[in-house]
Design a protein. Structure first.
Lengths: 203, 257
């Protein structure tokens, strides 16, 4: 369910006017607690750690809500505070927590590379000797050249998909483009690679 | 094929680093910058920098993707129940009230008050002990100090040997009994102080030398002295021997109630 920005705006205005501050803040708290708590759980923190960090976030919200001027959406402001609390915690602990989350992406990446490999490679047997090894190396070099020659946005989409394993809609959000554009970029990227590798096969 | 994929993976990683913008050598964008990027509030150059950073940074893309969840929280396994949110609010409120109650206090004191309750209780006991200890020491060790003057027989009154003084001691009294005397007549450098019973038996004797600061004799009787009639005599000493004429004599009756 989307965060009710209008209701939160009304509550913040009441808090700033000193009207029923505790009840109003309790309502803000209950409306916006879930995304913060879920954020810390997704980042790999335990339930009790996530609760502590979420409490910390709302303490900062409480301290700053009097100066909140509605120039940005409340959700954005809440995200900024949460991100700062998260980064401070990561800094305090070292980077172990972040690495734990990245492993799932690595697994995705392997699948994506398998997909890419199947889409762009010829139906040939695996290299079995020095000559085949050399051919494989040359093929990778061609791949490198092909990627370098891609337009910047296509190249970024290509890396985010095949190196980082992000989904189409995630790439679209990160690059601020539509899913159709992402799909088109990746399709063209694969076609370019197929063409380059086909050229190589003809040579 | 697996080997080939590993090579491809490594090649892509190297390639990503090689082809990333030379401008992307700075540290991570701060959360406000990521928000501005997503809102399209950055300049074209800054926008490109963030995009280049997002390709290889292991953290920032995930952080930016999380921004979506704040506007539209997903309903999944990480979602907390209404009861959980209510419990979290109660905890927050308790914490908040605890903080607000001490807002007017100095920062150092607030930090002390924010300590866990067992630590605070221990500190309180220590403080109380520190306050009570001096009083306790004075009260306890004070008993070893000078005895209280329970009764004083002023032997300088020229009625020696005549009137019997009555000294009544409270039964609960545990301090020694203190008498005082001041010699009269020709001064002697030293005196002999003798406590006798009615049969003339010497119960105690001591030598006393008046000083220029004080010519007041103070005599302590042990608390174990039984009730009865006694006589305190003060005799001058000459060549180590008592002179026949006492400098002071005072009979008294000791009783307990």
């Amino acid at each position: 369910m989307p965060l009710d920005e209008e209701e939160i705006r009304r509550l913040i205005t009441a808090i700033q006017a000193g009207i029923d501050v505790e009840a109003s803040f309790a309502h803000v708290f209950s409306l916006s607690y879930r995304p913060v708590h879920s954020f810390f759980l997704r980042k790999g923190f335990s339930r009790s750690e996530a609760e502590d960090l979420t409490q910390d976030v709302f303490l900062r919200v409480y301290q700053g809500i009097g100066a909140f001027r509605h120039r940005s959406r409340f959700a954005t402001w809440l995200f900024e505070i949460t991100a700062h609390v998260y980064l401070n915690e990561i800094r305090r602990r070292g980077t172990g927590k972040r690495r734990g989350v990245e492993q799932s992406l690595d697994a995705d990446t392997e699948d994506n590379l398998r997909e890419l490999h199947e889409k762009v490679s010829r139906q040939s047997t695996a290299p079995q000797g020095p000559l085949e090894d050399l051919l494989e190396k040359e093929r990778l070099d061609r791949l490198r050249v092909a990627i370098v020659e891609m337009p910047p946005q296509m190249r970024r989409c290509f890396f985010l998909r095949y190196l980082r394993g992000y989904k189409y809609r995630e790439i679209a959000y990160l690059m601020k483009i539509s899913i159709q554009t992402v799909r088109a970029h990746l399709h063209q990227a694969r076609e370019r690679l197929k063409l380059d590798l086909a050229d190589e096969a003809e040579e | 094929m697996i080997e080939s994929m590993k090579v491809l993976s490594r090649s892509l990683a190297v390639l990503a680093r090689e082809t990333r913008s030379e401008r992307d050598t700075r540290s991570h964008p701060v959360p406000e910058e990521l928000v501005a990027y997503q809102a399209g509030d950055l300049s074209p150059d800054e926008d490109q920098e963030v995009q280049e950073h997002l390709i290889l940074c292991p953290d920032c893309p995930d952080l930016l993707l999380a921004l979506q969840d704040f506007s539209e929280p997903p309903q999944d396994s990480t979602s907390i129940s209404d009861a959980g949110v209510a419990a979290a609010w109660r905890r927050f409120r308790k914490h908040l009230l605890g903080e607000a109650r001490f807002d007017h206090l100095p920062r150092l004191l607030r930090r002390w008050l924010a300590l866990p309750k067992p630590v605070l209780a221990f500190a309180g006991v220590c403080l109380l002990a520190a306050l009570v200890a001096p009083w306790f020491l004075v009260a306890t060790l004070g008993r070893a100090g000078p005895p209280r003057l329970l009764a004083a027989i002023e032997l300088d009154v020229p009625t020696r040997g005549s009137e019997m003084q009555s000294i009544v001691i409270p039964a609960a009294q545990k301090d020694p009994i203190v008498l005082s005397a001041r010699p009269e007549g020709p001064p002697h450098p030293k005196y002999e102080v003798v406590l006798l019973n009615t049969a003339g038996q010497r119960l105690q004797s001591k030598t006393w030398r008046p000083t220029s600061d004080s010519d007041l004799l103070v005599v302590q009787l042990p608390r174990s002295t039984p009730a009865g009639e006694y006589r305190l005599e003060l005799r001058g000493l000459r060549d180590g021997k008592s002179v026949p004429e006492p400098a002071d004599v005072r009979p008294f009756r000791l009783s307990f109630r």
